[in-house]
Design a protein around this ligand. Structure first.
Ligand code: AKG
Length: 264
């Protein structure tokens, strides 16, 4: 969805368009809000991110396939800016899907470097009711923020919308994804992709000559338990958050250490 000038002015979607965005996630598994963040802010995020990632790469092997890095982000500026963690366009969508008592329990990133390859198609979460033919409504959503334009060349995320988030029982992912239509998430830097965490997807090869960083956060029903390490949030950082952000991060490691702090 492209934001209208009025929506940019008000920093929010109109009620009808908010419902339309929510319905897209419910029915199609995802929605893209294009160019939400300003180029200045994206530039600041990108610069700090690349310093953080380059330092990380020096001490870590590829951990998501060849030339591809998952990296937890330090819970600090500019990454934890209100425009990211309590974004006024995305948060009402998440509230409607996950409840206003939802949490954010994953604060990380995915970056294919030049020379990366196709990942296996996967879902980011197990079924809630294994062995039972039940598709509950959305209980967790990944929020991606591309820090560069995603193009056909630089390894955009590929998704299988329209039903895979409903995780049909025993559906053969490998065979189905050969014949079911997929979509490359081509979007400008600073867009926001909200996708049901169950939706089938994969990283694709980066054939450009630059890294393709993608911030990745997970928002969920407050009761969801996952294996991710808690987000380290220093006490003074937590104390300065808005009430809403405090609520989102209330189950994380408050008083804990930052990870992957960039060197200046
Ligand atoms: O390329 C991306 O940003 C997504 C990668 C991904 O899905 C993963 O590493 O699990």
């Amino acid at each position: 969805m492209q934001l209208t000038p009025e929506e940019r002015q008000n920093s929010s979607l109109t009620p009808e368009r908010l419902k339309f965005a929510i319905d897209q996630v419910r029915v199609n598994g995802y929605v893209i809000l294009e160019s939400v963040l300003t180029p200045d802010f994206v530039g600041e995020l990108h610069e700090t991110f690349m310093r953080t990632l380059n330092e990380y790469i020096r001490r870590t092997d590829s951990n998501r396939g060849k030339n591809r890095y998952q990296m937890h982000m330090p819970f600090m500026e500019p990454f934890n800016d209100a425009r990211i963690i309590t974004n006024t366009f995305a948060l009402p969508i998440l509230d409607a899907l996950l409840g206003e008592d939802c949490v954010c329990h994953y604060f990380a990133s995915d970056t294919p470097l030049p020379g990366s390859e196709h990942q296996n198609v996967h879902s980011d979460i197990h079924r809630l009711f294994p062995g039972m033919p039940i598709s509950p409504p959305t209980f967790a959503a990944v929020v991606n923020v591309p820090l560069v334009d995603f193009t056909e060349e630089n390894g955009p995320v590929e998704i299988w919308p329209g039903g895979t988030h409903l995780m049909p029982e025993d559906a053969p992912m490998r065979e189905l994804t050969d014949v079911v239509d997929s979509k490359l998430c081509l979007m400008p830097a600073g867009s926001i992709l909200v996708r049901d965490m169950r939706m089938w997807h994969r990283g694709t090869p980066n054939r450009s000559n630059a890294a393709r960083p993608n911030m990745a956060m997970i928002y969920a029903r407050y009761w969801l338990k996952t294996h991710y390490p808690k987000i380290g949030i220093p006490q003074d950082t937590y104390d300065k958050l808005s009430d809403r952000a405090k609520k989102l991060f209330r189950f994380e490691d408050i008083g804990g250490e930052l990870v992957n702090v960039p060197v200046s």
